[in-house]
Design a protein around this ligand. Structure first.
Ligand code: FES
Length: 504
């Protein structure tokens, strides 16, 4: 089994140079996923000079670990949004997300991008009679949101369902192929793309300056297209970071179901889709088992649960791929897209929950319009400075109580082990040495990797993620490699390496 996504395995490597000079542009974009590359395209197309700074490789973050589905509804459910806001808001959400899907299709057609884009039905399935009333509520919300929805008693799946909500004309594609191809088309047309160019600090002002290790970008506007905006503390308290797991399996029957299929199954949130690789192999993808980042001790067990779910419903021949991905839920369930405040030149795009490919495209559309001075019909709905204290309160209190609990958990500090000699190869544990908190990982050749266990964002203690072999912060979701390099923000600084002559 390969421990990567089908998209990444199928993709050709990109080769954009790191930033090695000082640049001056209209717009600097941090992050080369679907949000950053789409914004780069829209802005460069409108005549702006743009620089995209990607810490890793284009599409190498969340976009490359997604499931390649585009749909108008939301993971959180439209009926829940309707209860928090009103019918106008869910109408705007459905209309804006539908427009984003159309934007993706227009770009694909415009550049003749070969990325397996096709229109397909979306289904939300209830497997038990108990869930049918929830399905009916979502169906009503879909109709009130202006979506053409249907209730069926059957669906193209080989297991019992009590009912299915169906929406036609949603879409699927290969997100890596799409983003990489779009990047190729826009590079050099007013947009300069730089890979391996991590932003290490930002000086906000007029103009803004972004610093990487080997160069800087001076820009009138900054777009944070990284899920977790760097250095913007006020936003992090409004976001809940989650990880989810994906398996890609082959079936004995060869009878792969069509479309996007979500299952009402709390708290596991399963969904499936079929993907045909470039070489013509079919795979059934299943996504699910979300949990807060850094707060699950047995990450590997999430894959076991996913596989058990699949095997009780499909005739599985083999499981070929597995991967995990991260997303952030907004406090009031709507993403934060736009300028930090009405006069700010700093734009954010975050809180997409598990709906990031559609919301990422929408964020690029809204932010580009704002920068270009074009009126956008949905900018107010998603404005980061919206004031929704009552709608925000429930999750805000829950998320921050959860973060506070993570701080308290480490007072007084209880390390995982007392001695590093008890750490076996492939294992990571926290340990206290001479009053300092260490994160210790012993690799397969028995070498010990010692780094600080204190998150550089706001000083929570990181936890070991046995599945991804990373150190994950339970407070706001930062993740670090075994040598302390930042994998996911909001942390900007790496966990420093530690040396001691007194290893217990
Ligand atoms: Fe905020 Fe670690 S991510 S303290």
């Amino acid at each position: 089994m390969k421990k990567t996504s089908v998209w990444k395995d199928d993709a050709e490597a990109s080769h954009y140079s790191p930033l090695q000079t000082d640049l001056n542009v209209d717009v600097a974009i941090i992050g080369g996923g679907i949000t950053g590359i789409t914004a780069g395209y829209l802005l460069a197309h409108a005549g702006k000079s743009v620089a995209v700074l990607e810490a890793l490789q284009i599409g190498g973050g969340t976009t490359g670990f997604s499931t390649g589905n585009l749909y108008a509804v939301v993971d959180e459910r439209l009926y829940i949004l309707q209860a928090k806001f009103d019918t106008d808001t869910i109408h705007d959400v459905a209309a804006s997300r539908t427009a984003a899907i159309q934007q993706v299709e227009n770009i694909i057609r415009g550049f003749s991008i070969d990325c397996d884009f096709h229109r397909t039905p979306f289904r939300l399935i209830s497997e038990t009679e108990d869930d049918t009333s929830t399905l009916q509520r979502e169906y009503q919300a879909c109709l009130e949101a202006g979506l053409e929805a249907y209730i069926d008693t059957m669906a193209p799946v080989p297991f019992y369902i009590s009912a299915a909500l169906r929406i036609e004309d949603q879409a699927q594609f290969n997100p890596m192929q799409y983003v990489k191809a779009l990047a190729t088309h826009i590079q050099g047309t007013g947009c300069a793309i730089f890979e391996h160019s991590k932003v290490v600090s930002i000086k906000e002002g007029s103009p803004n300056i972004l610093y990487t290790e080997n160069g800087s970008v001076t820009a009138e506007n900054i777009i944070h297209a990284t899920h977790s905006p760097k250095g913007i503390m006020a936003v992090h308290g409004l976001l809940g970071p989650y990880r989810e797991y994906v398996l890609a399996a082959r079936l004995n029957s060869g009878d792969y179901p069509e479309g996007i299929c979500w299952v009402l199954n709390k708290p596991h949130h399963y969904s499936t889709r079929t993907y045909t690789s470039k070489s013509g192999e079919n795979y059934l993808l299943v996504l699910g088992e979300p949990h807060k980042v850094g707060q699950k001790e047995a990450n590997e067990a999430c894959f076991d649960s996913l596989e058990a779910y699949l095997r009780t419903r499909f005739d599985i021949k083999s499981v070929e791929y597995r991967w995990s991905a991260q997303h952030y839920k907004a406090a009031d369930s709507l993403p934060y897209i736009g300028a930090l405040h009405p006069k700010s030149s700093v734009y954010i795009a975050t809180g997409f929950a598990a709906d990031g490919l559609t919301y990422g495209t929408l964020a690029a559309m809204i932010i580009s319009d704002l920068i270009l001075g074009i009126k956008n019909p949905w900018s107010k709905v998603y404005a980061p400075y919206r004031h929704n204290p009552l709608k925000t309160a429930g999750r805000f209190i829950k998320e921050n109580a959860n973060v506070f609990a993570q701080y308290l958990k480490d007072i007084p500090y209880h390390a995982d082990v007392e001695t590093v000699s008890s750490i076996v190869p492939g294992e990571g544990k926290t340990v206290e040495i001479e009053g300092e908190k260490f994160a210790a990982y012993r690799d397969e050749s028995a070498e010990l990797h010692l780094i600080s266990a204190v998150c550089t964002h706001m000083k929570c203690i990181v936890n070991w993620n046995e599945e991804a072999k990373s150190w994950d912060c339970p407070c706001h979701g930062s993740r670090f490699t075994v040598d302390g390099q930042v994998i996911e923000g909001p942390a900007i600084a790496n966990l420093p390496k530690k040396e001691t002559n007194n290893l217990p």
